[in-house]
Structure formats: C-alpha cells, structure tokens
Design a protein around this ligand. Structure first.
Ligand code: HEM
Length: 476
C-alpha cells in the first residue's frame, strides 16, 4: 500500500493534519508546521520523541540500538557515540576513498552506451559501502550483481548470503509488527515462518557479534605504526573500551579515543551489534533511492543539469580519473543546493513514526499516552503555505537562503533528538557518486516520459530506473 503517496493525496483534501484508522488503531497524520517544535524538541522531557511500542520487535532484539530503542538514556548514548564516529574526519575521508575504489571496480562492467538499472545498481553499491564502512567486512555484492552465478568468487557468495540475511530480517518486520505472539507461536504454518525469521535474525546477529570479537582482537594487536581506515565498529569498540588497556589504539588510527564528556556506562556488545544493524537498515536504500531521485530530477530539469555539469567541470576539468577529495566536494555548491532541493521535492522518508509517552497537549488538543502519529515530511516539505511554488524543482531557493519558516520545515533528515545521524555520510556519499558519474558520463533516462517507479515500504523504494550512460563530449 502506498501509504506515503496516499497521505499526501489526503493532505490536499483534509489539510495539514487529519486522522486515519488501521482497523481499531488510530494514526494522526501531522503536517502542521507548529507541531514540529514538539516532535523535534531535543529536551529530555519531550514526550513525543518515542516510537510506538512494538512488542514483536524485542523478540527480534531490535530495540537495543537507536532506531527502535525507546530507552531514552541508552538510545541517546548510542546515538551520540555513533554520530561521533560517523562525523569524524578520519571516517569520512576513508569512506570517500572506499566509495571511489569500489566505483572503479564496479565501473569495469560498463562501456559507453551501457543501459544500467540505477535503482538496483545503487542499492547493491550502497549495501557494500555501508556494510564495509560500518562493520569492516569485505562486501562484494555489487560485483556479484554484474557477474554470472557460475563465476562467483567465494567473497561474492558470502556477500550475497549476508545480504539475503539482512533482507529476510527486513522482510520480517511487518510479520512481527502485525501478528500477535500467540498467533505466531501456535498457529501451524505461521509458526514455522516465525521460527524461520527468528533463526535468520539470530544468524545475522551472530555474524555481527563475530565481527565485533574479531575487531576487538585486531585492535588489541594494532601496532603503533599501523594506520588505516577505521570502521564504525572499530570506533565504537575504542570509545567503549571498559579498561583503557583493552584497546590500545595508535593516536593517528582514531583521532580521539573517547568523545569529550564521555562518562556513561559503556555500550554492551549487544548494543553495538544493534546499532551497526540500524546503520545498515537505515543507511542503504535511503541513500540509494535519494541518488535515483536526484538523477531523475536532473533529467527532468535540463537547465539544472547543465549548471551542475558546468560546476563539476570547473572542479575536475576533463580529468575523469583523478581521485575525488573531500575538498572538491566542498566546492560543489550548486550540487549541494540541487541535492537539498531533490531531498525536499522527492523525500524518500515521507512519514516518520512517533508516539506520545504520557498525556500531553499539542496544537490545543490533549493526547493520551500511546497515541500514534506520523509526522508528514512529504506534507511539510511541500506545504504551499511554507514554500513558494513547492512543486517547482528549484535549487536556487537554497542558494538564495531559506526564510525562518522554510528552515523550520526543511526536515528530510528529521530534526532534534532523533535527527538522522547518517545525514553527513549520506550527503557525502551522494555527492561523491554524482561527481564520479557526471564528470564522465552523459546520463540519459531510457524512458524520458515515465514517472518514477516506486513502492512505499516505509520509505519510497525505487523499483527501477533505467539510464543510458553515454560518453561525454568535451569541447576543445
Ligand atoms: C539520503 C539518505 C537518508 C535520508 C533521507 C534519511 C532520513 C532519515 C529520517 C527522516 C530519519 C527519521 C528521524 C526521526 O525519526 O525523526 C532517519 C533516522 C535515522 N537514520 Fe537516516 N537518512 C538517510 C541516510 C542515513 C544513513 C546513511 C544512515 C547511517 C549511516 C542513517 C541512519 C539513521 C538512523 C540510525 C536513524 C534513527 C535515528 C533515531 O531514531 O534516533 N540514515 N533518517
């Protein structure tokens, strides 16, 4: 069911805020700008920052990380340490160079004129990038994508198996969310699926927990001279070492061993494991689909595409192979504005789930504990009382600067206490890939008139985006 698109259609009929029913469950779709102060208030007292209680999710052991963790104290600690790692310069620089290395390998399968399904390709690519940078595991999923099965290397087979585990885990969410435990345990047929999902989730956990043990050992044995690209796990293990002697990390390996002011109870391995799984869950398709939306929006706005390419050429000239550096990305200001506009115009997360933990008032109404809300990002990012001509794709609005109301409603990554901790990583990744793609290829949609093909799966999931990668012609 396309809940995201449906909610947006209902906005034009019923206004910014309205209620819908899923059987007996009432859900409030909230798209009123004034409500954001409550939902995105970073205060510890905020009663609107939790997710709805989902009993089945604790069986999947999903609630010890960030996304589904409703324990305010541990969630905040996990978030802070994960954000500190993802934002560190060492991590971002390693991440850009990993993206580039993988792109060069994946690109070998293309020749000029190749037609690529960018939706599928980018999800394979991003899976490798997120898995290798968060867990340090080698991932060859995108290379397997282009290789006949009979020629798979052992690494490709392992990467596919790991991907299948994460996919089964994701597919099981609605099952655990919707079916009460007694049905899942006692009804024949359903109980075998229950067992299969739980077994598969356990295997996935074990893969990450094994990785944690391996990395802890590696960190203990790191020599002073070793430098490298630390993964998120390396950083979390270092931040959370119970005893300073547990992890002897050379200074230049991770710039600061512990975030300043860090004096909380260290994360347990279970919490590190769940936080890493949250990153894989939240970071892969969201980034891939935002890239697809960007390419689609550029193709439909040739003037914007022209300005984008001119800017890319001003940074790279006609050098299609030199490494893309963090400093290059900083110079790409039009690209930055166009990405921001694309995230506003076609947000991949149209609705964000919230629940109120105790009776409270909002917009003049009193809400009982447990009331479920969907903050309508799509509605707010396209609200005609906030944005001038919201359905016009116009990156210039970001170059000219947003007014206070637009700033308040610019929430493709949320805001406040639960704001997306991967936002810099996502933007850095998208920018790097756009630079790598557009500096070398003239990208053309195969079907120029087709609407974007997507399914709502909690995010807008792009099913297919066929593009032709033509050779670029540089004027002499
Ligand atoms: C363009 C890509 C992305 C978009 C549009 C996006 C958007 C969002 C949004 C709207 C939320 C919900 C905030 C809320 O509940 O208020 C969120 C949460 C989250 N995102 Fe992202 N995200 C993206 C990429 C990433 C990446 C790359 C990562 C990890 C590296 C990531 C990790 C997370 C996590 C862990 C949360 C849960 C935060 C919490 O509940 O405290 N996201 N993201």
């Amino acid at each position: 069911m396309d809940l995201g698109g449906w909610a947006f259609a209902l906005h034009s009929k019923y206004g910014d805020t309205f209620e819908i029913y899923f059987g007996p469950i009432r859900v409030i779709i909230m798209g009123t700008p004034e409500a954001l102060e409550k939902f995105y208030n970073p205060s510890m007292e905020n009663k609107f920052s939790g997710r709805p209680k989902m009993n089945g999710f604790s069986e999947l052991k999903l609630d010890n990380g960030i996304f589904f963790n409703n324990n305010l104290k541990s969630r905040r600690r996990n978030r802070r340490l994960v954000s500190q790692a993802l934002l560190s310069a060492k991590f971002l620089h390693g991440f850009i160079s990993n993206t580039q290395d993988l792109f060069i390998q994946a690109e070998r399968y293309w020749t000029f004129g190749t037609v690529v399904d960018l939706a599928s390709w980018s999800k394979h690519f991003l899976f490798d990038i997120i898995v290798s940078n968060s867990t340090g595991r080698k991932s060859n999923y995108v290379l397997a994508y282009n290789t006949p099965k009979s020629e798979y290397t052992p690494d490709m087979i392992k990467s596919n198996e790991f991907h299948d585990l994460t996919k089964t885990w994701l597919d099981s969410f609605p099952f655990f969310l919707m079916l009460p435990k007694f049905l899942r345990v006692y009804v024949p047929g359903i109980n075998s699926l229950n067992k299969y999902y739980l077994k598969s989730a356990e295997r996935l956990d074990n893969e990450i927990l094994t990785e944690i043990t391996k990395h802890r050992k590696q960190l203990e044995n790191l020599s002073e001279s070793q430098t490298g690209k630390p993964s998120l796990l390396d950083m979390l293990l270092t931040f959370n070492a119970r005893n300073p002697d547990d992890c002897v990390v050379p200074d230049d390996y991770i710039e600061s061993a512990k975030p300043s002011g860090y004096e909380e109870e260290p994360m347990k391995d279970r919490e590190i494991c769940d936080s890493a799984l949250d990153i894989i869950l939240a970071g892969t398709d969201s980034t891939a689909d935002s890239l697809c939306n960007f390419i689609y929006n550029m193709a439909n706005n040739p003037q914007c595409k022209k300005r984008l390419i001119e800017e890319i050429d001003s940074v790279f000239a006609d050098d299609m192979t030199r490494p893309v550096k963090y400093d290059d990305l900083k110079k790409l200001v039009y690209m930055d504005a166009a990405i921001k506009e694309s995230l506003r115009f076609s947000p991949v997360v149209p609705l964000v789930m919230r629940s109120v933990s105790d009776t409270d008032t909002l917009l003049g109404y009193e809400w009982r504990a447990g009331e479920i809300f969907f903050v309508s990002h799509y509605g707010l990012l396209n609200n005609k009382n906030v944005w001038s001509d919201p359905r016009k794709f116009n990156p210039d609005r970001f170059l000219e600067g947003l007014n206070a109301n637009e700033k308040r409603c610019y929430i493709p990554f949320g805001n406040g206490d639960r704001m997306c901790p991967g936002r810099h990583m996502a933007i850095t990744e998208i920018k790097t890939l756009i630079a790598l793609l557009f500096r070398k290829y003239d990208i053309e949609l195969v079907d120029k008139n087709a609407p974007l093909d997507y399914t709502y799966k909690g995010t807008f999931f792009c099913n297919k985006l066929l593009v032709k990668l033509n050779e670029r012609r540089f004027e002499k």
